[in-house]
Design a protein. Structure first.
Lengths: 224, 281
């Protein structure tokens, strides 16, 4: 009998992470696309780090930061009652950092590719920055928003190294599908490993296919 | 309205009267678009002031800088800047401030002849149609000042002429003060009262369009042609020329045709005192 918990946990993690990332990334991407600042290259680099940094490095530093034996971890435990090691909440934080560039880059790119005269025309018509963002800019970068959401979601599903470091392999809490597959292979349960792997393969394939179809204009999306 | 702006590359002082239609004329990079953008609040000058109808829009020494949102003006961009996610009508409605009656929308739709197009998205409109919508949208708030940043340069000649008519009409009807940036002599002659010639960031000259382009009405036309054949006939040379795809015949003195050969490209000057103009079918 198959245990669906790792899969439901994986999707719950991906879902929560994607929603939070969407909210965080829009102001970030807006700033990166439009502001002129000496600090910008540094921030851009930091945001892009998870693309090249080994996930175990990220996981290791998060482990150190969250550990109740250290100052930050202690403060978190005392003030917010949060133990971020070996917890779902810790995984969310880790995933936010891990998948950040996958949400920020498409949206930043979307903003940057809009003609600057759109924003200027809206300002001249008396529209505030917020109104311009929500009524003019965001509606015209829908494909970028979709790409960001989908890529972040799919990327979080595949998270392994970070989870390995700060997860603790707790069933129902931090034992996500990718970890489970690793476990099953270690225990020589190839059949079980195959089931989980195949499911993940098919789902991520379908997600990416969706992005390419919609953005390529092959499907008359109901977004338009 | 008067403004004076200073900066590393731009140093201009201009005073306009209400109701004027003026043109900023000069080579690319002279600073004409920068002036419009500074007036609109899209670009911040280094020094100077901008005053419109008694209101300070920008004053460097008093640290006043009104954002574009707070300035009352209309602006036409070279790329039209219509919002792609909205229909023509929605673009116009977007310009309407909250609580204002929408009678002006209907009025502008009729004036700019957009009735059949009002539910279309901008990507299904031609360039000329888009610019008409942009013009209507700029007028929804009935601004006193209209800035035109080479708005017709992306259009073909026929559409350009039609849009010029619209510009003239709305300038008169709404009593606007209009500033146009343009390179086209005929356009400047047709639309504006005064031309400010700007070169390398400085105001070179202020004059009427007629003074700037005195020879733009020509009595002779020059074009290129190709020699098709040369024949000696009755002591002179008969030459057949191909000009713009049409064949014409002409007689010249022998001396003149001495260095000519078949297939050679020549310059043809047509002097005319009468011109027959007909509508093309």
């Amino acid at each position: 009998m198959m245990d669906w918990q790792p899969l439901s946990l994986t999707f719950r993690l991906a879902f929560v992470t994607t929603i939070l990332l969407f909210i965080i990334a829009i102001p970030l991407a807006y700033w990166l696309a439009y502001a002129k600042n000496r600090v910008k290259p540094v921030i851009e680099t930091l945001i892009s780090m998870p693309l090249v940094l080994p996930p175990t490095v990220l996981g290791f530093y998060l482990l150190l930061a969250f550990s109740p034996n250290n100052a930050f971890g202690q403060w978190l435990d005392a003030s917010l009652g949060l133990r971020l090691v070996f917890s779902f909440e810790g995984l969310v934080i880790g995933s936010l950092l891990y998948s950040l560039p996958f949400m920020v880059h498409p949206i930043q790119s979307g903003f940057a590719n809009l003609s600057p005269s759109l924003k200027e025309a809206a300002y001249i018509l008396g529209k505030s920055r917020w109104t311009t963002l929500t009524k003019v800019l965001l509606p015209n970068i829908r494909p970028s928003l979709l790409t960001g959401i989908v890529l972040s979601f799919a990327h979080t599903i595949g998270e392994f190294g970070v989870v390995l470091m700060i997860g603790g392999n707790i069933p129902g809490q931090t034992k996500v599908a990718s970890i489970t597959i690793y476990d099953e292979v270690e225990s020589l349960n190839y059949a079980a490993a195959n089931t989980y792997s195949l499911i993940l393969f098919v789902i991520t394939f379908c997600i990416l296919l969706l992005v390419y179809l919609v953005n390529g204009g092959h499907v008359k999306s109901y977004w338009k | 309205m008067n403004f004076a702006e200073g900066g590393r590359k731009l140093d201009i002082e201009i005073q306009l009267e209400k109701g004027q239609f003026v043109t900023l004329y000069g080579k690319s990079g002279a600073g004409k678009t920068s002036i419009l953008r500074m007036l609109a609040g899209l670009l911040r000058p280094d020094a100077g002031h901008i005053q419109v109808e008694g209101r300070q829009w920008y004053a460097h020494n008093k640290n006043i800088f009104l954002s574009p949102q707070k300035r009352q003006l209309g602006f036409l961009f070279q790329d039209y800047a219509l919002f792609p996610n909205m229909s023509v009508r929605e673009n116009l409605l977007f310009a309407l401030p909250k609580g204002q009656p929408d009678a002006i929308i209907a009025e502008l739709i009729e004036l700019m002849e957009l009735r059949e197009l009002q539910n279309r998205r901008p990507n299904r409109l031609s360039g000329g149609q888009q610019q008409r919508v942009a013009l209507a949208r700029a007028l929804v708030q009935k601004p006193p000042l209209l800035l035109l940043d080479e708005p017709l340069s992306a259009l073909d000649q026929e559409m350009r002429l039609k849009l010029q008519e619209y510009l003239l009409e709305i300038h008169r009807k709404y009593g606007l003060t209009t500033i146009l940036v343009s390179h086209e002599p005929n356009e400047i002659l047709r639309l504006s009262d005064t031309v400010y010639v700007i070169e390398q960031g400085r105001l070179l000259n202020t004059c009427s369009p007629q003074a700037l382009f005195p020879d733009s009405v020509t009595q002779s036309l020059s074009c290129t042609g190709t020699i098709l054949s040369l024949f000696e006939e009755e002591g002179r040379v008969k030459v057949k020329l191909s000009i713009q795809g049409q064949t014409v015949s002409h007689r010249v003195e022998k001396e003149k045709a001495r260095n000519w050969s078949v297939g050679q490209d020549v310059q043809v000057e047509l002097d005319f005192s009468t011109l027959r103009v007909k509508k093309s079918s």
